[in-house]
Write a protein that binds this ligand. Structure first.
Ligand code: GUN
Length: 288
């Protein structure tokens, strides 16, 4: 078997096309486009690349964007003041503070301060709690993007065995919750798991979000499985690698995501979808 490629780049481009059409219809009817504030603190080069990509995405779908590039020395209180201002800004539907933040700023305090109805990352405890309680609001973007990729396969998820490798707050944990919500039986493995191979071997759906190239061996994959590789690591030559041994896994899986061009573009477009949802659901009455 040679797996079909789950092309996140193409799917994200088609979702952006649909979003732009919806935004143009909104503005043609006299309403405003979604507004997104993107905050970058300091000059981390990877973060700058991500933020520039998000600004480009906003332009492509005709969103209003308010990009703030702040000094790495800004105090936590200073950043909280800016968030407070954006929480009250009636032109802004989504606030994204790019992580990681400098060591003197507590990311939890920052996430807590963002209005949950503007939390387009889906990181606020309120939104995580809604997902736990099976009534998601603004959803964490990477798991949301993965669920859209899974939907794109046309395979029913109900009753499937899913294994998530890696249990970070922003990806692995909410990923397990999304799969549970979709009707899967879910295993979540982590650095203390002794038999990750066994959990991968019986899984119909494998989602790896660790960041260790080649961690998931191709020979572990169950024939016909769907393999989603969230890991992305740059080697010393600048080449990007996923967690999964792509070529070997491709021989066994039914569907597999490439790295790059799989999950990454879907994470970004999910954030745009969250901003649109926030406008429609929370801010379309003109009050905020
Ligand atoms: N840093 C790396 N990925 C992300 C993301 O999806 N959101 C935020 N806020 N920061 C990030």
């Amino acid at each position: 078997m040679s797996a079909k490629i789950l092309d996140g780049k193409a799917l994200a481009a088609s979702i952006r096309n649909d979003l732009r059409a919806k935004v143009d219809a909104l503005t043609a009817s006299g309403r405003r486009a979604p507004g997104l504030a993107v905050i970058l603190v300091g000059d981390d080069s990877a973060s700058s690349i991500y933020v520039n990509a998000k600004k480009r995405d906003c332009r492509e779908v005709n969103y209003h964007s308010d990009a703030r590039h702040l000094s790495p020395d800004i105090s936590q209180a200073g950043l909280l003041e800016i968030i407070d201002e954006l929480n009250r800004d009636t032109q802004i539907d989504g606030i994204l503070v790019q992580l990681p933040l400098p060591d003197h700023i507590d990311p939890l305090a920052i996430m807590d301060a963002i209005d949950p109805n503007k939390d387009v990352d889906g990181f606020h405890p309120y939104n995580v709690g809604r997902l736990v309680l099976r009534h998601p609001g603004l959803r964490p973007c990477t798991p949301m993007g993965v669920m859209q990729l899974l939907k794109h396969t046309g395979v029913s998820l109900v009753g499937k065995d899913a294994t998530v490798i890696g249990v970070s707050n922003h990806v692995g944990r909410p990923m397990a919750l999304e799969l549970l919500l979709a009707g899967c039986s879910v295993a979540a493995t982590h650095k203390f798991t002794s038999n990750t191979r066994d959990h991968v071997a019986y899984a119909d759906i494998v989602v790896s979000a660790v960041g260790i190239p080649g961690l998931i061996k191709g020979e572990w994959i169950k024939p016909g499985a769907i393999v989603i590789d969230v890991g992305i690591t740059r080697d010393e030559n600048g080449k990007l690698h996923g967690d999964v041994e792509f070529e070997a896994a491709r021989e066994r899986a039914a569907w597999i995501t490439p790295v790059p061009g799989g999950v990454g573009p879907m994470t970004r477009v999910s954030m745009l979808q969250n901003a649109f949802y926030a406008l429609e659901r929370f801010h379309s009455d003109g009050s905020s």
